[in-house]
Design a binder for this molecule. Structure first.
Ligand code: COA
Length: 186
């Protein structure tokens, strides 16, 4: 199984995969135009034997220091083999390369993301998400999804001591974080 950046030729399949789980109420549907215009956000998981795309995940930049992991889905018969984890790790790797400090997600699969090192937070700490997307969402303001955050800047603070004169944070966790970061996260 290979995780790679999505290509234009993957978009129809990604659309079908997301539509299937959207019908089940597990994630929001994405239109073809949204997928084509945001194709660079996406990673695809390709079954190397069949050449078929069996999973996808997007990293959408929201602000200078914030990106969202969205539209994560793995076809049912391929679940439980580490594909979801690898897709999320690919998005996190890209966020690190871009120098993005915080990655969040809104999901019903909170435990899956906790296993990857994310912490549950209050969704209202992401006003950019509310301006950009939530206001147009049919669920607004009664959203029942759980927000989770991975603090990549906090990771760096844990390994690199602050430079001379730099304001030192008293905590590696961002404001609003409930629960503890797991060790060995992504
Ligand atoms: C959520 C989803 C992407 C997980 O994909 P997956 O390929 O089955 O997950 P993985 O095999 O990579 O699992 C990674 C880890 O999370 C755990 N895990 C997987 N699904 C889980 C769940 N629903 N609850 C708790 N833990 C879960 C696995 O046991 C594994 O743990 P380990 O690393 O300790 O062994 C997949 O179930 C899916 O596509 N669901 C439908 C769409 C959806 O709900 N998307 C999320 C919306 S953001």
């Amino acid at each position: 199984m290979m995780v790679r950046k999505a290509r234009m030729g993957d978009v129809v399949v990604i659309h079908q995969i997301l539509a299937e789980f959207a019908r089940q109420g597990k994630l929001l549907p994405r239109s073809l135009i949204e997928l084509y215009t945001n194709v660079r956000d996406f990673f695809a998981s390709e079954d190397e034997e069949s050449g078929k795309v069996v999973g996808c995940c997007g990293l959408h930049v929201m602000w200078e220091d914030l990106a969202e992991i969205r539209s994560l889905a793995v076809l049912t018969k391929h679940q439980g083999r580490g594909i979801g984890r690898r897709l999320v790790e690919a998005c996190i790797g890209e966020a690190r390369e871009l120098g993005i400090a915080r990655v969040f997600t809104l999901t019903y699969e909170a435990r899956f993301f906790e296993r990857l090192g994310f912490c549950i937070v209050d969704k209202h700490i992401f006003p950019q998400k509310i301006w950009a997307d939530c206001l147009h969402c049919p669920k607004f303001p009664e959203c029942d999804e759980v927000a989770l955050l991975l603090d990549l800047a906090g990771e760096q603070r844990l390994v690199a001591p602050p430079k001379k004169g730099e304001l030192q944070s008293t905590s590696a966790s961002p404001a609003g974080v409930r629960g503890r970061r797991k060790r060995g996260g992504v």
